[in-house]
Design a protein around this ligand. Structure first.
Ligand code: DX5
Ligand code: ZN
Length: 226
């Protein structure tokens, strides 16, 4: 059975001063999820938004808030993000080797969906244990740029990770993040990615709906051929 395509515009490329209307614009343009990039200025050299902004946005949208936590201490963020109304909580494996089971348990207890992300330099094998047992994650986010900034070049060599993961886990949500757009999407969808984050390519487009629909079509077509 094919895993559903989820197109998730990265709000990092939106106009933060108008976050609610930008979120609405994306959902009206066909977005499935809203990707929220949380950066602590420590795990990555950039600082973005935290739980108070998620809570404010939640008052204006019912959309699925796909939160990607690029932070050194994800456990500290679980409770505030749960309260704020986050939908998905994706933490990085590089900082969670010792406490991922506790993290997953807490994330689910707060009503969020757990996911794990990995940086380009992290081998895919590092997430295997997180996909087994009672406290397993429900999504893997394969970074296709170094985390920290939007608008970087897609690293197609990361598609080996996606292919390996898809072979082992046919029904898993596999998300790709960084440099996705009309010229790179086929590479990712053929490798087996079904959740597509796209920031600059969607927000920079004259017609975001057209780009979102093109991304979705690529995932759906690639699944038909697999
Ligand atoms: C990078 C973020 C991405 C970023 C993607 O650290 O995790 O979500 O916003 O932006 P684009 O699509 O412009 O590469
Ligand atoms: Zn992200």
């Amino acid at each position: 059975m094919a895993v559903a395509a989820k197109i998730a515009p990265s709000m990092l490329s939106s106009d933060f001063a108008n976050l609610a209307s930008e979120a609405d614009r994306m959902l009206r343009s066909g977005a499935d999820w809203l990707h929220m990039d949380i950066m602590d200025g420590h795990f990555v050299p950039n600082l973005t938004i935290g739980a108070p902004v998620i809570a404010s946005l939640r008052k204006h949208t019912k959309g699925y808030l796909d939160c990607h936590l690029m932070v050194t201490n994800p456990l500290d963020y679980v409770e505030p993000f749960g309260k704020a109304g986050a939908s998905g909580f994706t933490f990085h494996v590089e900082v969670s080797k010792d406490n991922w089971q506790e993290l997953v348990h807490q994330i689910k207890a707060k009503g969020m969906r757990p996911g794990v992300a990995l940086k380009p330099g992290t081998p895919i094998e590092e997430v295997y244990s997180l996909l087994q047992g009672e406290h397993r994650v429900e999504m893997v986010l394969v970074m296709t740029v170094e985390p920290g900034f939007g608008g970087q070049k897609f690293m197609s060599e990361m598609m080996n990770k996606v292919r390996t993961l898809r072979e082992k886990f046919p029904t898993l949500d596999i998300e790709v993040d960084g440099g996705l757009g009309p010229s790179t999407i086929d590479d990712a969808s053929r490798a087996g990615a079904n959740c597509i984050v796209a920031g600059s390519s969607v927000f920079g487009a004259a017609d975001p709906a057209e780009v979102i629909s093109l991304l979705r079509k690529s995932v759906v077509e690639a699944q038909k051929c697999s």
